[in-house]
Design a protein around this ligand. Structure first.
Ligand SMILES: Cc1cc2nc3c(=O)[nH]c(=O)nc-3n(C[C@H](O)[C@H](O)[C@H](O)COP(=O)(O)OP(=O)(O)OC[C@H]3O[C@@H](n4cnc5c(N)ncnc54)[C@H](O)[C@@H]3O)c2cc1C
Length: 463
């Protein structure tokens, strides 16, 4: 077994920054990521593309990561690409499988672990969302970033969140087209939005970028349908169209491709399986791990940096990785408390500035109501084919939370381990039993957090 001071899981902005900082304090660091390249979500494929092309299509946010990636590449830090961590034992030993045809990497024992596993898109269970021809906006963006593939020119983007507009803009810049954006976000409360907008003025650059992006979409003639309700996808063996209600009138758009997005939620597979404490974040509509200001979870020695802790964006994700590394360095005896605090001060200042617009963005793009209250006939658990109606029935029979619902219906028992249905299952249980969502227990995560074959498990234990 390998032993390091710090194991970082995830090579996105948070993980790379944490690794570089910890390495800078003389600690031994290993970074594992299931992707074949470093960069995480936002900087995916960044070092592979011809720079001019990527700048033209993906924009300045994407290109801004180049210096970080180059620094990491030249640092000598051990990086395991295509290495998926699927379990962390009580003894802080992590088990990995290889996503390429190679023997699995040996287990890694670490004094400190930084979970920098990022976010996932919040599932949007609309009627028809399992029809071929429907995929997530993030999935389509990965195809553009890694393979230069554009969605069909009649694609309709449905949902809520900055990524919808960002991706529509990237498609236009790459020479593609879309038929429309259907804005299906939940009700926006004007007064709280205004208050948050004033606070967000502390980060005018980001607000300016957002406004510029919307103006560019208008210039490209992208049609945006606001206030759409009861959105559903039609077509049996393939997508044929999208239907929706607009101010009481039934409307329809023909399309062969629907791209869904309903915001981001932290990837909490590890923190949940490690039994870290979590809370329901009402602003971001998601469960999030409780953390100290140093990004340490309720489990000593396990830090959670970046979007895996709370949705903060790439720049704040970087800072949180650096902040976590300062506390790790102090605990490892490389910094005194005073030195740690001195170095942390400018980071916290930047952190507050970067986070200033976040409450505004959260309030501007509430998730579509379908995320929490899909219609009875809608499939909620895609792995086990369980509908919202079956979950409501199980809750009426007395199932009080996701774990009981799982036992009665198999919802959450499939390959994705509840990643696609946990939120809807908890919300449906809460509504049916007339409780608030935070009162319903969070689904209990279990290892392995990602699918792994029995052969890999056997090989790992033998190693
Ligand atoms: C699909 C998607 C698209 C996005 N697109 C944009 C965009 O265009 N512009 C923008 O500003 N923001 C975008 N974001 C948000 C942005 O990516 C984040 O704010 C930022 O990247 C967070 O950085 P991070 O380091 O916390 O996580 P990430 O960059 O997400 O990195 C997490 C890394 O952890 C790895 N990982 C996860 N689990 C495991 C495991 N079990 N074993 C090994 N490795 C693991 C992943 O492969 C990934 O590389 C996107 C987010 C998502 C989910």
């Amino acid at each position: 077994m390998k032993h390091v001071d710090v194991l970082v899981i995830g090579a996105g902005p948070a993980g790379l920054s944490a690794a570089l900082s910890a390495h800078g304090f003389g600690l031994s660091v290993l970074v594992a990521d299931e992707n074949p390249r470093i960069g995480g979500q936002i900087y995916r494929g960044l070092l592979d593309d011809p720079p001019r092309q990527r700048g033209r299509i993906l924009g300045a946010d994407h290109a801004a990561g180049e210096a970080l990636l180059q620094r990491f590449t030249g640092s000598g830090i051990v990086h395991l690409p295509s290495a998926r961590v699927w379990q962390i034992g009580d003894d802080q030993v992590a088990y990995l499988s290889s996503l390429v045809r190679e023997p699995a990497p040996e287990p890694v024992g670490a004094r400190f672990i930084v979970l920098a596993t990022g976010a996932q898109e919040r599932p949007l269970p609309l009627p028809g969302w399992t029809t071929p021809g429907v995929m997530s906006v993030g999935g389509a963006q990965i195809l553009l970033k890694t393979a230069g593939l554009l969605p069909p020119r009649d694609a309709v983007l449905v949902g809520s969140g900055p990524l919808v507009y960002q991706f529509a803009w990237q498609i236009c810049r790459a020479g593609g087209r879309i038929r429309a954006i259907i804005d299906a976000r939940g009700p926006v409360a004007p007064l709280p939005l205004l208050v948050r907008a004033v606070r967000a003025m502390r980060a005018p650059a980001l607000l300016g970028r957002g406004a510029g992006l919307l103006a560019a979409l208008r210039r490209h003639g992208v049609r945006r349908i606001a206030d759409a309700e009861a959105v559903r996808i039609s077509g049996k063996s393939r997508v044929e169209g999208v239907r929706y209600t607009l101010r009481g009138a039934e409307r329809a758009l023909e399309t062969s491709s629907v791209l869904l997005h309903a915001g981001l939620v932290p990837e909490i597979g590890f923190s949940s399986a490690l039994r870290c404490e979590h809370f329901w974040n009402r602003e971001q509509f998601s469960w999030q791990p409780c953390r100290t200001v140093w990004q340490e979870s309720s489990r000593s020695g396990v830090f959670i940096a970046g979007d895996g802790g709370s949705i903060v964006g790439a720049e704040a994700a970087r800072l949180s990785g650096q902040i976590a590394a300062l506390e790790i360095a102090r605990r490892a005896g490389r910094l005194s408390e005073r030195e740690r605090d001195g170095r942390a001060e400018p980071l916290f200042r930047q952190w507050r500035r970067k986070l200033a617009p976040r409450p505004f963005l959260d309030a501007l793009y509430p998730p579509p109501p379908a995320c929490f209250s899909p219609s009875d006939e809608t499939t909620v658990c895609r792995c086990e084919n369980v509908t919202a109606g079956e979950i409501r029935r199980a809750a009426r029979l007395g199932a009080s939370g996701p774990d009981q619902i799982k036992a009665l219906t198999r919802a959450g028992m499939g390959n994705c381990q509840g990643r696609m249905c946990a939120c809807a299952v908890a919300a449906l249980t809460a509504q049916t039993t007339e409780r608030g969502l935070p009162e319903v227990a969070m689904p209990r995560g279990r290892f392995p957090v990602k699918p792994v074959t029995l052969e890999e498990i056997a090989n790992t234990w033998q190693a």
